[in-house]
Ligand binder design. Structure first.
Ligand code: GLN
Length: 191
């Protein structure tokens, strides 16, 4: 059976656990870096990227997740998780894990429009996906090896590069599990 971990330092952890279980996979909350050895794929949830990064450093997750990624194990970042996976963050000197060759802008839809929902097309996954955006980032630039999976109002909001996938929105907040289940397929293939 496929086991998916959700980094449980801060943010929308329980919602991801619920949607993984709805897809009949095993889900565990990852609170210690040693638990990474028990999982086949990892989800970096939404929340506050600077807080998540600070906690990642405190608990030794930063290098542990880089090792996990180097083994080719799939990682899915949602919202703050997308920011954490980016190679560059607009207006910030330093990025975080740098796993996907993209530049992201934080709170890119404006702080005033804190959250909204939109029906978007996610290439090869769903042409009517109800995406929930919460103080969401978007992608301003991607490298040649990055596949663009979705855009909203001409802004890139979902990408994939090899075993790494990221969305600016929160696929775990609705009962539409098609994106999570796509990630499970990536994990099953990598395994
Ligand atoms: N704005 C948050 C950040 O910059 C991300 C918001 C979210 O994950 N819902 O980290």
């Amino acid at each position: 059976m496929t086991t998916i971990g959700v980094l449980a330092l801060q943010g929308a952890v329980r919602e991801h656990i619920r949607s993984i279980r709805a897809c009949d996979a095993q889900a565990i909350e990852i609170k210690r870096k040693e638990q990474l050895a028990e999982i086949d794929g990892l989800i970096l949830p939404g929340g506050e990227s600077t807080t998540i990064r600070r906690l990642m450093d405190s608990y030794g997750f930063f290098t542990a997740i880089q090792d996990f990624a180097r083994q080719g194990k799939p990682i899915f970042g949602t919202c703050a998780g997308m920011i954490i996976m980016a190679k560059l963050i607009q207006g910030q000197a330093k990025a975080h894990l740098g796993l996907i060759d993209m530049t992201v802008a934080r709170n890119a839809f404006g702080r005033q429009v804190a959250s909204f929902e939109a029906e978007i097309n996610v290439a090869g996954i769903a042409d009517d996906f109800r995406a929930v955006f919460i103080r969401a980032p978007y992608v301003v630039e991607v490298g040649d090896d990055v596949e663009i999976l979705a855009a909203y109002k001409e802004h890139i909001v979902a990408v994939r590069q090899g075993p790494f996938i990221a969305t600016a929105f929160h696929p775990e907040l609705t009962d539409d599990h098609r994106l999570i289940s796509y990630f499970m397929d990536m994990v099953a293939q990598a395994k």
